[in-house]
Write a protein that binds this ligand. Structure first.
Ligand code: C5P
Length: 236
């Protein structure tokens, strides 16, 4: 993954919806995020088609299983030649190392394995959940940094996190540690169900490596204009 991408989250259910969204961008090579919802329905064929159209892809499947299974699964995903993949840091250091090994083992001849990043705690996890449901006694922000430490030990490329967490993470880890941040909204957009949103300008100031934007673009009245507004604020 190169540069500071603006990643558009394709949170659609079907390929038809994806196609009708992308026909609005006939001359743009975008960085797109395909998540579980779409991948479980449309499968690898959609990934090949999007790559063929010249787009870069973040395959957001958040793998979390025993190391052997994750290694084998990553080896399969590597063959899709996507540009970014991810796992749950809660799977542990050995699982994260296995993910990387699987990616390297499955990468097609002459290609480079994509970077793998880790989700620390989901943004839907509240401090109450962490304490009462997961029985984690550490405060949420400290726990996130602890998980970043594990990600760094496994030598993964970085994390998915809130832009608000980026300064602390960057202070603690190397400058090449990726911080990919969802929860991005322009000032005038609705926050939807995101609890803590940050504008593209603020994400840039806080030092995010890449931003993920879904509804701010995909559900906008004019997605193309919205995309360029986000891009302009984020800078290229
Ligand atoms: O529509 P919105 O911009 O809120 O979408 C953000 C995208 O980022 C969605 O695909 C969501 O699943 C994803 N995401 C997130 N928070 C995380 C991890 C992923 O919002 N911590």
């Amino acid at each position: 993954m190169q540069g500071r991408p603006l990643i558009v989250a394709l949170d659609f259910e079907t390929k038809q919806e994806v196609t009708s969204f992308l026909t609005r961008f006939p001359n743009e090579n975008l960085f797109l995020k395909v998540g579980m919802e779409l991948f479980y329905r449309e499968g690898p064929r959609l990934i090949y088609e999007l790559k063929e159209q010249g787009h870069q892809l973040f395959l957001d499947l958040k793998l979390h299983d025993i190391p052997t299974t994750v290694k084998r699964a990553m080896s399969q995903l590597a063959k899709l030649e996507v540009d970014l993949v991810n796992v749950h840091a809660l799977g542990g250091v050995n699982m994260m190392i296995a993910a990387k090994e699987g990616l390297e083992a499955g990468t097609n001849m002459g290609k480079v394995a994509p970077p793998c990043i880790a989700v620390t705690q989901l943004t839907s996890t509240t401090p109450e959940m962490l304490l009462h449901e997961l029985d984690v006694q550490t405060k949420l922000d400290k726990h996130v940094i602890h998980l970043c430490d594990q990600v760094s030990k496994a030598e993964l490329a970085g994390v998915v996190c809130s832009a608000l967490e980026v300064p602390v993470i960057q202070e603690k880890f190397s400058s090449s540690f990726l911080t990919i941040t969802p929860g991005i909204r322009r000032q005038e957009d609705s926050t939807d169900d995101q609890a803590r949103v940050v504008t593209p300008t603020k994400a840039k100031l806080l030092g995010s490596t890449g931003i993920v934007v879904g509804r701010g673009i995909t559900r906008a009245k004019d997605p193309v204009t919205a995309y360029y507004h986000y891009l302009q604020e984020w800078g290229k």
